[in-house]
Ligand binder design. Structure first.
Ligand SMILES: Nc1nc2c(ncn2[C@@H]2O[C@H](COP(=O)(O)OP(=O)(O)OP(=O)(O)O)[C@@H](O)[C@H]2O)c(=O)[nH]1
Length: 298
């Protein structure tokens, strides 16, 4: 076979001269480093195709630039360098570059009482863009937690009171009888419904941060919500969790307001959009609340 020059279709002129907003690849598998951990990730890498005459971009150049992510901890500076590389390798074709990395953070969390700990995953997306030299980073983080309905708790308390009236009407109260009653199923004749819930945080970062504040944002969100889902659990931990939930009744509106206040105080965040989803055990549908701060569509 002759040594032929390989045809380069991307370099041909486009039949329809038209710029494109985003061209690239989605779902590229790659390992990334964060906080010393190697994580399995999927990347979407793209550029704008501003030269409407050009047939296509050079996908392989974007793909190869992602190698920069393998050896260095994820940081705003590293993301910016990758995006700069996208643009340098598409000089004359593209003004804007985009990179989205989706991964799962693995954090070790202590039990509430026992000296145990276990791992929890947090789905995370890091979206970086370089548009006409303007660099932006946005984080998306899912934080699971537990919520107990305050309305259901009040209705349950009323039923417990009613049961007490039924069982103790016209009787002199004896401490031992009341104590035994409280320890029986009649003492908790109704239980409020509670649910595994999810806070979806979208955070726009200050421009010149050294680090991605992923762990700080998760910690701040969990502290604000109060009843993060647990990892290793012994009975003492479960009892402490039951108490924490009983002292932390919340509607989805309460959760969204708490997150709003907490994230405004969280360093490095200059805008956010929060969506909380309570996967109700009362209904087959969810209760949802959203809150935004400094947030306009990008
Ligand atoms: N632009 C573009 N390339 C595609 C698409 N689907 C697959 N490719 C392939 O991506 C491969 C890599 O493209 P390039 O980066 O242009 O490869 P190359 O010409 O060998 O690399 P350079 O010499 O650096 O331009 C090519 O073989 C393309 O056919 C597509 O929809 N658009």
């Amino acid at each position: 076979m002759n040594a032929l020059t390989l045809p380069d279709i991307a370099a041909q002129a486009s039949r329809q001269a038209l710029p494109l907003d985003w061209v690239g690849m989605c779902g590229i598998a790659l390992p990334v480093l964060f906080d010393g951990q190697r994580l399995s990730a999927k990347a979407d890498a793209g550029v704008s195709l501003d030269d409407g005459e050009a047939r296509g971009i050079h996908m392989s150049r974007l793909y190869l630039a992602l190698e920069m992510l393998e050896q260095e901890n994820l940081s705003p500076a590293l993301l910016r360098r990758v995006l700069q590389n996208f643009l340098q390798s598409h000089e004359g074709l593209s003004h804007n570059a985009f990179l989205k990395i989706h991964t799962e953070l693995l954090l070790k969390r202590p039990a509430l009482i026992s000296p145990l700990a276990g791992w929890k995953t947090y789905p995370v997306s890091i979206e970086a863009s370089l548009k006409n030299t303007m660099f932006h980073v946005e984080l998306k983080i899912d934080v699971p937690y537990s919520s107990t309905c305050p309305c259901s708790a009040a209705l349950s308390r009323q039923l417990i009171q009613q049961q007490f009236v039924d069982d103790f009407a016209n009787r002199s109260l004896q401490h031992a009888d009341v104590l035994a009653w409280l320890g029986s199923t009649k003492g908790i004749v109704a239980t409020p419904h509670s649910q595994r819930s999810n806070a979806q945080l979208q955070l726009r970062l200050d421009d010149y941060l050294d680090d991605l504040p992923l762990i700080a944002a998760i910690n701040d969100a969990e502290a604000a919500l109060g009843t993060a889902v647990q990892t290793a659990v012994k009975r003492a931990d479960e009892q402490a969790f039951a108490l924490a939930n009983g002292q932390n009744l919340m509607f989805c509106e309460d959760a969204a307001r708490r997150l709003n206040l907490a994230l405004k105080r969280s360093p490095g965040i200059n805008a956010f959009h929060v969506r909380v989803v309570h996967a109700e055990s009362l209904h087959a549908h969810d209760a949802v609340a959203e809150s935004r701060w400094n947030w306009e569509a990008a």
